[in-house]
Ligand binder design. Structure first.
Ligand SMILES: [Zn+2]
Length: 370
């Protein structure tokens, strides 16, 4: 793996991340394929929007179809027919946020499957072994994410365990082509974020994620903690803000110096009839679109906007046709992919400040909303 920062404008960075399955130009948004599928989309669709890396989910794949099945079938890339990069999360977030019975100890976390109630345990070691057995390009360390607002004692404990587990994850590594990223925790407390970042940076991992945000805190808190935490991370390593994927949050994240993002938002919206545009979201089911012959977004360069009208997609949703969610998922991911491509170009050209202000004004009606 190598990561090179090619240009800066303020804190914003234009970078290039070379992983085992190709180069990811950053800043980049990673589509989420929880169960080894970006819902409703094929690998060919993802290539059409130039996705270079997608995310899959350790918790879900652990339970179904399981490590043995995927390993037997040649690893996750072969299993899902995707020859570009894959990042898997550690499963920590799901175990801590899903309504699943769980018991936390220094050793790891025991939990019950949401599918059949069977009991499982994640440890730093078995989570790394699982991600390596899948053959992923980036594996995330097992972490402890707290719900906000959290008491200081709870935050302290989550930082302590997250560091201890990251050390054990690092020691458990056995595969050179899988890069281990650590996850900074610390809630909304700056001293805790400092401690978490310092302890993880000391482990000299290939990359770092900002975790424990986008969990219901205010936008001001999200942006403040993202900027604060990004500044604590090494300049020469990729930074990944977990769970962020609206147009305005991506702009804010890029402006804080974040390189990678992921979120289910664009595809979940796509399945629910919500179309992302650079000037706000549209409810495509609305009566106003029933005879609207314009594309979803005239400024969007995706194949959906080149081919279909708002009226047609509105009809598909109202008739419960499966093509509707598929087209809107593809368009929504394309909107974010185009935003990232423009950001990369602008940071390189020194015009990021203009793009940021224009895009924020279009998205929110206010250039200084962050
Ligand atoms: Zn489009």
């Amino acid at each position: 793996m190598s990561f090179t920062v090619l240009a800066h404008e303020g804190a914003a960075r234009r970078g290039s991340l070379a992983l085992a399955h190709g180069v990811v130009e950053t800043p980049a948004f990673m589509p989420v394929g929880t169960a080894a599928t970006v819902k409703a989309l094929t690998p060919e669709d993802l290539r059409s929007i130039d996705a270079r890396i997608i995310l899959a989910n350790t918790y879900h794949l652990w339970l179904r179809p399981g490590r043995e099945t995927i390993a037997e079938l040649g690893g996750l890339h072969a299993f899902m027919g995707w020859d570009r990069n894959v990042l898997t999360d550690s499963g920590g977030f799901q175990v801590f946020s899903l309504e699943t019975r769980r018991v936390l100890s220094d050793d790891g976390v025991r939990f019950r499957s949401h599918l059949d109630g069977s009991e499982h345990e994640f440890t730093p070691e078995n989570v790394v072994a699982f991600q390596e057995a899948l053959g992923v390009d980036v594996a995330m360390a097992l972490d402890v994410c707290v719900k906000l607002p959290a008491a200081q004692g709870e935050i302290d404990e989550s930082v302590r365990l997250t560091t201890a587990w990251a050390k054990r994850c690092a020691a458990a590594r056995s595969r050179e082509r899988t890069q281990l990223f650590g996850i900074v925790q610390g809630g909304l407390d700056e001293r805790s974020r400092e401690r978490s970042a310092a302890e993880l940076v000391a482990l000299d991992l290939p990359g770092y994620a900002i975790g424990g945000l986008s969990v219901g805190e205010s936008r001001d808190d999200l942006y403040r903690m993202t900027r604060f935490t990004a500044e604590l991370l090494p300049e020469g390593k990729p930074r990944y803000l977990m769970g962020v994927g609206t147009v305005r949050d991506l702009i804010a994240g890029i402006d804080c110096g974040v390189d990678l993002f992921d979120c289910v938002y664009p595809t979940r919206c796509g399945r629910n009839g919500r179309a992302l545009t650079r000037s706000g979201d549209l409810n495509i089911r609305a009566a106003a679109f029933a005879r609207d012959g314009r594309p979803i977004d005239a400024t969007c360069g995706c194949t959906v906007c080149a081919t279909f009208s708002r009226a047609y997609i509105s009809h598909l949703f109202r008739a419960n046709e499966m093509l509707g969610p598929r087209l809107l998922s593809l368009h929504n991911l394309a909107v974010l992919a185009q935003l990232m491509a423009e950001a990369r170009k602008a940071i390189y050209a020194g015009t990021w400040g203009e793009l940021r202000d224009e895009a924020l004004l279009a998205a929110t009606g206010s250039a200084s909303s962050s």
